[in-house]
Ligand binder design. Structure first.
Ligand code: FAD
Length: 370
């Protein structure tokens, strides 16, 4: 792999991963070009405003990380509000904390049954599917109330059909009374919204917008390029040549409350019950720290056609198909090609991980400079 001044790295996709690769290469004085399908950059990260009140049209994003380098980079580009994220959830006919807190659970009339189930748990959850893993973590009563309905709505299948790979990072039962969702040392929300972060990453980078790239464009994409970085979904890039990958998407309905300071008790209110078609409601004003009358609440509905989340089935079928797409990409002629970001790697990653991948990809390309 080599990068020369005359031969740019071409990056497909101007979301957080692609923008981070571009930023790091540009900072090192290397030529880059970014090509983006959408009419704007930012990918999943969007900021909008109604009467000056910020909200996120494509879903709530809370920045949290233990990665010092990523945190330094973010803060160099945009001031971060010291926001600590709290999530409430509608369970047992009440509004309670997410993750479940034992001190709160002890107040419930259901506590004797919950306590018996907790006493019967193994030392550590080990089930290989999501349902088994969660029941071993929290017992059946809590699983049915907090997880089962939410998962069925979110993923459109039985929790027992899903692998438990990502569960340890996202599901817990707490005893310590700590109400912040995340435990990472660095957490925040960008002053003015995420647009400033992506704008900062792409400052000085040539970007072509409104240009979806597929394998049919491969020769043109590679012409004169020292390397190609793909941050797009491989099934879409190859026009489903090996069949479509399984994805799950969400959509949002935004409702403006003109007179209210706040409508929700926290930034996010989960609604796991099947009586609600949405999975959660989001009030960005908690994250932005804005005040005054008027607030936007965004209701998140599952089963949209967008490629938001890869589906990790228990058999690993979807991941196998993704590996086949990676092999297909490797067989194409031309310069080195690298994958980064949630779509191209078919992984459920947070923003800090997307940026870490971007930094690592840029570093690999730079270290190969002859
Ligand atoms: C609903 C939701 C909530 C989330 N909340 C959080 C959170 O609270 N905290 C957190 O850390 N993370 C959160 N995330 C994850 C976070 O959004 C991602 O980690 C991050 O935005 C991924 O960036 P990316 O560049 O990999 O992908 P994307 O943002 O999807 O960017 C990919 C870009 O590539 C472009 N593209 C796609 N195909 C092509 C093509 N063929 N040709 C050209 N361009 C193409 C797309 O238009 C897009 O701009 C959330 C994700 C979702 C879906």
């Amino acid at each position: 792999m080599s990068i020369t001044a005359a031969h740019p790295v071409r990056i497909v996709g101007a979301g957080l991963a692609g923008a981070t690769v571009a930023h790091e290469l540009r900072r090192a004085g290397r030529p880059v070009e970014v090509i983006e399908a959408d009419a704007d950059w930012g990918g999943q990260l969007r900021t909008a405003a109604a009467a000056g009140i910020l909200y996120e049209p494509t879903g709530a994003h809370i920045f949290h990380t233990a990665d010092e380098e990523v945190w330094r980079l973010v803060n160099a580009l945009v001031p971060m509000r010291p926001y600590r994220h709290r999530v409430r959830t509608e369970v047992f006919g009440r509004i309670m904390s997410w993750p479940p807190q034992l001190p709160e659970l002890r107040e419930l009339p259901q506590w004797p049954a919950i306590e018996r189930e907790l006493a019967a748990r193994p030392d550590a959850p080990g089930g290989d599917n999501l349902e088994a893993w969660c029941i071993e973590l929290m017992g059946e009563t809590l699983y049915r109330e907090y997880i089962e309905g939410y998962t069925r709505k979110q993923w459109g299948c039985e929790p027992s059909e899903l692998a438990a790979v990502w569960a340890p990072r996202r599901i817990e039962l707490r005893e310590d009374g700590r109400l912040d969702l995340f435990r990472d040392p660095h957490q925040g929300w960008p002053e003015g919204g995420y647009r400033r972060l992506v704008d900062g990453l792409l400052r000085g980078v040539p970007v072509t917008l409104g240009t979806p790239v597929t394998v049919a464009d491969w020769d043109e994409l590679c012409a004169g390029a020292s390397a190609v970085v793909l941050t797009c979904a491989l099934d879409e890039f190859f026009a489903d040549a090996l069949g479509p990958l399984a994805w799950r998407g969400v959509r949002f309905v935004h409702r403006w409350f003109p007179d209210a300071e706040h409508v929700l008790p926290a930034g996010v209110l989960n609604t796991p019950g099947l009586q609600h078609p949405h999975t959660r409601a989001i009030e960005t004003k908690w994250m932005s720290g804005q005040s005054g009358p008027g607030t936007m609440v965004s209701y998140e509905y599952p089963n949209a056609p967008e490629r938001h989340y890869p589906v990790d089935d228990v058999q690993g079928t979807n991941r196998d198909l993704h590996r086949k797409y990676e092999k297909l990409l490797a067989q194409l002629p031309g310069p080195p090609r690298v994958l980064a970001g949630r779509l191209a790697t078919y992984t459920y990653i947070d923003m800090d991980q997307a940026m870490r991948q971007g930094i690592n990809v840029a570093r690999r390309l730079l270290s190969a400079v002859g």
